[in-house]
Design a protein around this ligand. Sequence first.
Ligand code: AMP
Ligand code: ZN
Length: 494
Amino acid sequence: MSLYLHNTLSGKKELFSPIKKGAVSLYSCGPTVYNFAHIGNLRSYVFADTLRRVLEYNGNKVKHVMNITDVGHLTGDGDDGDDKMVKALKREGKPFTLVAMREIADFYAEAFKQDLTKLNIQIPKTLEFASDHIKEDIELVKKLEEKGFAYKTKDGIYFDTGKFPSYGKLGNINLEGQKAGARVAVNPEKKNPADFSLWKFGTHGIGTIPNNKNVLGWESPWGVGFPGWHIECSAMSSHYFGQPFDIHTGGIDHIPVHHNNEIAQSEAAYGVPLAHYWLHNAFLNVTSGPAVAKSSGEVKKMAKSGENFLTLKKMQDEHDISPLAYRFWLLTAHYRKGIEWSAEAVKASQVFYEKILNFYLSLQAIKKGKADADLQKKFETAINDDMNTAEAIALIPKLISSTSIAPEDKKATLEDFDRVLGLNLKNEMRKEVVLPSDVEKLKEERELARKNKDWKNADMLRGKIEALGFSVIDVEEGSIMKKKATSSKPKLIR
Ligand code: AMP
Ligand code: ZN
């Protein structure tokens, strides 16, 4: 079956055709590790992981590369504002050294990987720090200099967008509409407002520290300095894939500046397209909370700098929402549609997710079946239509309630769907909740009753357990207890 994906380059859904049949190169802009990822950032990675799964479902092998930004990312995309890693060094009271900066990067990169694992996102085999690729950055900047696309100002080497006529082609960016004035003010020596830095001189604006080799910078043909933020993705993607490669992903905020800059510098250097398909996820927004005035009804993207910053852990602790229920909720919307965070909405989705888990669990003792051909085809049609996961998920209630599909085939169909949805049904359903002691005691009594074939007593004990808010699912080797799905705050701790 043909796979169609929306390509930001053309603004249309296109038939996907990889450079090498059956092998897809996929590059995703990774996190900036100066803080924990918030659940908005994680939307970007659930999206990239689902894309990988869709590609694999279609019979492709996928090589996934992701960078970890630990250098050069300023708060403003247009080379303005504070350096994010330096902000973290200040916040955490660490010295301004490369060693300390790497400690911060290691810490938040590890937390990021843990978040990915909790969301059942496969960690890309190539997940690399930008600061380990300074040599590749320098080579690329040198190439751009040789080809006449770069010029020197007193604070760094800049890319001359005037020499790259198609600058802004991704998403048809209106260059007039950009805040040109603000950018010119940052460096009056810039030839065009959209020109961006490839290499910055100095050590993150903190000056050189005499005789200290550990300053925040690297040796380069232009003296000690550090890379501009955009260069890392160009240097790293061409280092691991060559150019062009198949698919590049990121959030929509990257379209106007970061991705257009990547395209400009890579295509100017190598004379061929950077990537054939550009896919972007929309935002997770927040419309209420301290950062947004209640009466304004204004929609804001969740941002690391904002007060509405919610981590996966906080979501679990404060709202009792499991990471996989969040993943499921994200998939109930199309990745190109903005969605609004609401604990109530995610919890309602969690109820549905737990029903699916419990249904799957109830089929465990059943023999192996075959996926239902009709539903499988509908599922494939939905996901191959620019990853319409919402439509694909809508097939699940139909599957569960079907009177014509045999239970073993229902199980096989769900397992087939889960290859794309990534709800980890096989492992999740066996995870038991932590039981309060009274429920644990009733469980033991019931297992004994079942062993003695005292079905009447076993049924009575099941009733007692259920009244305490748990459901019992009998499997071959005993029984599994689950907390009953509820959309209100549960009383018992998991
Ligand atoms: P950062 O760690 O800021 O470099 O961002 C990591 C990824 O998260 C990028 O692909 C961003 O485009 C994406 N992103 C940032 N904020 C949001 C949001 N509120 N919703 C969805 N994606 C986001
Ligand atoms: Zn990038």
